[in-house]
Design a protein around this ligand. Structure first.
Ligand SMILES: *Cc1c(COP(=O)(O)O)cnc(C)c1O
Length: 388
């Protein structure tokens, strides 16, 4: 019998803050409660049939049954470059400035291995995607959270970063449109980021997973639209949210060629790329007409309006999102985020995510995801009304 001991990097993982909510959910389910789950950022809408059909065809091609190329099919990377030019007016060289990923989470988790080590600092926005600090810790570097506050429009305040931290900072994660706060950032902010990165020699990793889930026709900008952005960093992107393809595991990174090369080097030593049939379906997805995408956006907009108006109507302060499918909502007086999540789960069977689970600056908020239909959203609001 071997004595199994976890490495310190696994022992040092932050406690699983959703464990308590998970346990309570299981208890409520056992009691037969009809739970309305607004806690998960995973679209309930199926992948469009033209994309599924494309996979079906590509899966039958024996050329796709062998190991894929590490950096991704050139045709997929070219489709990404074409999409960037069309969508953002940004030019990319498919051969050196685009890398396919097994979902963007994979790239985000691995990139610190390429550029930081003990003694280095990684800046990351908080509340935020938990992979930023975990990837940092796995690479042996020190994470420094940049808190996002409502009074700053949920943008980080670079002037608040201590000088000794800044001296050691080598990499930075930011994310707009933002999960969980739903805030968007404009080109002005991205230009500030470019200037800051140049001044302090920091590689920027911008996570743009939600750029296509937007409302009222206000299309979010790409970080790469800021002048000089391609000289300071990269953008992570994903087909998961845009095309309802979370299960397919397909994303990509674009931008600074040396940063792309560094991430590619780590990956070629760890994984063997994305199933080519999935990449071929990805090309089909990226060529999807705006009629399909605007239909998806309309669905989310109806849900957003129902939940935003509903929460407002019962006296809760929610941030009205211009993008993403989340409503970042203030907990009422007398509740912290875990307490409020527990309260509405036990009293109304509505499940939401406590903000503190995304980092300490998320305390005082709760996140609702728009991944159920309008009828269920209205029912959730009515139940919460009775519970508070
Ligand atoms: C969903 C999400 C991703 C994308 O994950 P995939 O691995 O591409 O499915 C990346 N960043 C954030 C903030 C997300 O919420």
């Amino acid at each position: 019998m071997v004595k199994v001991e976890m490495s310190s990097r696994v022992r040092h993982l932050p406690p699983y803050l959703f464990a308590e909510i998970d346990r309570l959910k299981q208890e409520e389910l056992k009691k037969g409660v009809d739970i309305i789950d607004l806690s998960i950022g995973d679209p309930d809408i199926p992948t469009s049939s033209h994309i599924v059909e494309s996979l079906r065809k590509a899966a039958g091609n024996s050329r796709n049954h062998r190991y894929p190329s590490y950096e991704g099919l050139l045709s997929f990377r070219q489709a990404v470059a074409d999409w960037y030019r069309k969508r953002f007016g940004v030019g990319l060289d498919a051969g050196s400035e685009v890398l396919s990923l097994i979902g963007s989470k994979e790239g985000i988790g691995h990139i610190p291995l390429a550029f930081v080590e003990g003694g280095d600092v990684v800046l990351y926005s908080s509340p935020g995607y938990p992979v930023y600090p975990v990837g940092t810790m796995f690479a042996g570097a020190e994470g420094h959270p940049m808190p996002l506050f409502e009074k700053n429009g949920f943008l980080p305040d670079f002037s608040a970063i201590p000088a000794d931290i800044l001296k050691r900072a080598k990499l930075m994660f930011i994310n707009y449109p933002n999960n969980p706060t739903s805030a968007s950032a404009g080109k002005d902010f991205f230009s500030q980021v470019v200037e800051f990165a140049n001044r302090h020699n920091i590689i920027v990793c911008h996570d743009a997973a939600y750029s296509e889930i937007y409302y009222d026709g206000k299309r979010p900008a790409s970080f790469l639209e800021a002048p000089g952005a391609k000289e300071v960093g990269i953008e992570f992107h994903s087909l998961s949210k845009t095309y309802n393809m979370t299960g397919w595991r397909l994303g990509f990174a674009v931008g600074h060629r040396d940063v792309i090369a560094g991430l590619g080097k780590v990956k070629s030593n760890l994984d063997s790329g994305v199933f080519q049939a999935v990449q071929e379906a990805g090309i089909t997805a990226l060529e999807t007409g705006d009629d399909v995408l605007s239909g998806i956006r309309d669905t989310y907009q109806q849900r957003r309006d129902a939940l935003y108006e509903g929460l407002k109507g019962i006296g809760l302060h929610a941030i009205k999102p211009e993008a993403t499918f989340y409503l970042w909502t203030k907990c009422p007086e007398g509740f912290d985020s875990r307490g409020f999540a527990r309260h509405i789960l036990e009293k109304s069977g509505v499940l939401a995510t406590p903000g503190v689970g995304f980092g300490a600056p998320g305390e005082g908020y709760i996140r609702f995801a728009l991944t159920v239909d309008v009828k269920r959203i209205k029912e959730a609001v009515e139940r919460i009304r009775k519970a508070i």
